[in-house]
Design a protein around this ligand. Structure first.
Ligand SMILES: O=P(O)(O)OC[C@H]1O[C@@H](O)[C@H](O)[C@@H](O)[C@@H]1O
Length: 328
């Protein structure tokens, strides 16, 4: 579910190319296996949409997608999102219809939070540890290093041309094909002393209605409830989202997000924290309330529950893989 103007520009690309949207340089693939768009600000995947024929062949039965069913013509079906640029129900990710100007971050897609999650400020080298929420990497300009063919899709490599930390340096790899989207955030330690970091792949997943969603796979997991001062609880039964939610689950389990229309599997690599977040009645100023009902973040993360100590010469890969889950 992304803004109509973004979807139209992606549809206009034949093969691979760059578009300009909301003041950002965005790399796009629009190929027979599907569509992928990555903003070079933040190396942020903004859109992923497998071709409908290919997902049927994989044995799943996704909900019909009106913007692709008509043959990938410019999006027509729109969702009232309370903004001039309506959302269209395209793909697995959500992007706000009213993005902040650069140098602000775009809320949506898969922001890379690095080298800390939220306001934990691990690996924050500013004198008073007052660095930005979710770290500086999501607002920085990344560069596209390479695009390879990969499993009938693409593999995209991105890196940061400048240093954001004296010892740690990140790069990103995005793989997309007709069956899945896979994102890796790789951190290399180039310095001399151990460093503690946290991070997140802050995935904004498009849903039909957030307060009708179920997140399966967390039964029995302990979690910190950020809306209750980080009170610790145990998940009883599957999680049904019925109001704003902001929880860090201590779990390495694969979860399935079921919105009644689509069952999306969220697998994670080297992540013992899964963050489930929607702002409920109090979204950020860049997110109209109607639009906020259309996403649930299910984030592959390393948080205060499982921080990473990186030693000199070591590297850490935080990953997430999205694919369709079988219907019950
Ligand atoms: O608005 P941002 O900076 O993208 O972050 C949004 C949310 O991100 C989530 O990961 C956090 O758990 C929330 O506490 C936070 O509000």
């Amino acid at each position: 579910m992304i803004p109509a103007t973004l979807k139209t520009r992606i549809d206009e690309v034949e093969g691979q190319g760059h578009i300009h949207w909301a003041g950002r340089d965005i790399w796009v693939a629009n190929e027979s296996w599907g569509q992928l768009a990555i903003s070079l600000q933040g190396a942020q995947v903004l859109h992923f949409q497998p071709a409908p024929d290919a997902t049927r062949a994989a044995g799943a039965s996704p909900a019909p997608d009106p913007t692709r069913a008509a043959g990938a013509s410019p999006a027509k079906a729109t969702v009232d999102s309370g903004a001039d640029d309506p959302l269209v129900p395209a793909g697995w990710l959500w992007v706000t219809p009213t993005p902040q100007d650069v140098p602000g971050a775009i809320r949506g897609g898969i922001p890379l939070c690095w080298p800390w999650f939220a306001d934990e400020n691990t690996a924050d080298e500013s004198p008073d540890r007052s660095g930005p929420m979710h770290g500086p990497a999501r607002k920085a300009d990344w560069q596209l290093d390479a695009v390879d063919e990969h499993e009938d899709g693409v593999e995209v490599h991105l890196s940061l041309p400048q240093r954001l930390h004296s010892q740690l340096h990140p790069r990103a790899v995005v793989q997309a094909n007709a069956q899945r989207l896979h994102v890796e955030l790789i951190t290399e330690h180039l310095g001399e002393t151990p460093v503690k970091m946290t991070a997140a792949l802050h995935s904004y997943l498009a849903v039909d209605q957030v307060f009708a969603c179920r997140v399966e796979g967390l039964v029995g997991a302990r979690y910190l409830d950020k809306l209750k001062g980080f009170a610790e609880s145990e998940q009883v039964g599957e999680l049904g989202v019925r109001e704003g939610v902001d929880r860090i689950y201590h779990s390495n389990a694969e979860v399935v997000l079921d919105d009644g229309q689509r069952r999306l599997r969220v697998a994670r690599q080297n992540s013992d924290s899964v963050v489930v977040w929607n702002p409920g009645e109090t979204p950020n100023p860049d997110t109209p309330l109607d639009a906020a009902r259309r996403f649930l973040c299910v984030e592959s993360a390393n948080t205060r529950l499982d921080p990473v100590w990186l030693v000199p010469g070591a590297q850490h890969m935080l990953g997430t893989t999205l694919s369709l889950a079988d219907n019950h």
